[in-house]
Design a protein around this ligand. Structure first.
Ligand code: HEM
Length: 201
């Protein structure tokens, strides 16, 4: 997830201190230093999520030639992205009779063409423990993954909408205030009649 940085998770997912610990547990390549060399340092909050693969070629090599996509903005970038990813995560089936699946491919009813290079990431129930005792089913995990990806695509979404709502409310109220002020200021002029006939003494 190239677009997401550790700092995005601060106070949304974990407190700052814990996120700093997690970030520093990753080695990040930085540089060049004064000697022109790249160097490795512990991650900090402003670093992007480290990629599991150093480059596209190694990602393809590790996944039988298929390139795992960057999921940072996938839910918004892809048409029906949320529903698609949810369905894809739960769409692994045994291939129907007559369909040959070569090594490194998996049959998924929701993937265009049916054969996908991604093994089922949520292959069985109970992969995580929910602290509140929620049953850890595949669909529950898929829902959480998709919700996370949706948030990750636009971390500032809620805040942006809230600011928009406040601005619209202020404009709405402002319209009435200005309208009232306008009428009260001009009422004397707008209802005045100026007559230019000669005054009769
Ligand atoms: C819950 C975690 C994951 C999610 C939500 C996820 C989601 C996705 C999505 C949405 C696609 C794109 C499908 C398309 O092109 O229409 C994809 C492709 C892919 N993913 Fe994952 N993925 C996850 C975990 C993994 C893991 C752990 C691996 C590696 C072992 C992996 C390897 C791949 C590969 C190789 C592709 C390309 C498939 C192809 O083009 O045939 N994914 N993934």
């Amino acid at each position: 997830m190239k677009q997401l940085h550790f700092r995005h998770l601060v106070n949304f997912v974990l407190p700052e201190k814990r996120m700093k610990e997690i970030a520093s547990s990753y080695d990040v390549v930085d540089g060049p230093n004064d000697e022109g060399e790249m160097f490795t340092r512990p991650g900090i909050l402003v670093d992007a999520f480290p990629s599991p693969y150093p480059n596209e070629e190694s990602a393809r090599y590790a996944n039988g030639g298929a390139n795992p996509p960057d999921l940072s903005v996938y839910t918004t970038a892809k048409h029906e992205g949320l529903d698609y990813i949810f369905a894809l995560l739960l769409g692994y089936r045994d291939p129907p009779a007559g369909i040959e699946v070569r090594d490194g491919l998996y049959y998924n009813v929701y993937f265009p063409g049916g054969l996908i290079g991604m093994p089922s990431p949520l292959h069985s129930d109970g992969l995580v423990d929910y602290e509140d005792g929620t049953p850890c089913t595949k669909s529950q995990m898929a829902k959480d993954v998709v919700n996370f990806l949706c948030w990750a695509a636009e971390p500032a979404h809620d805040e942006r909408k809230l600011v928009g709502l406040k601005a619209m409310s202020a404009l709405f109220c402002g319209t009435f205030v200005v309208g009232f002020w306008y009428r009260s200021m001009w009422i004397g002029f707008k209802t005045r009649r100026i007559d230019f006939t000669k005054a009769v003494m």
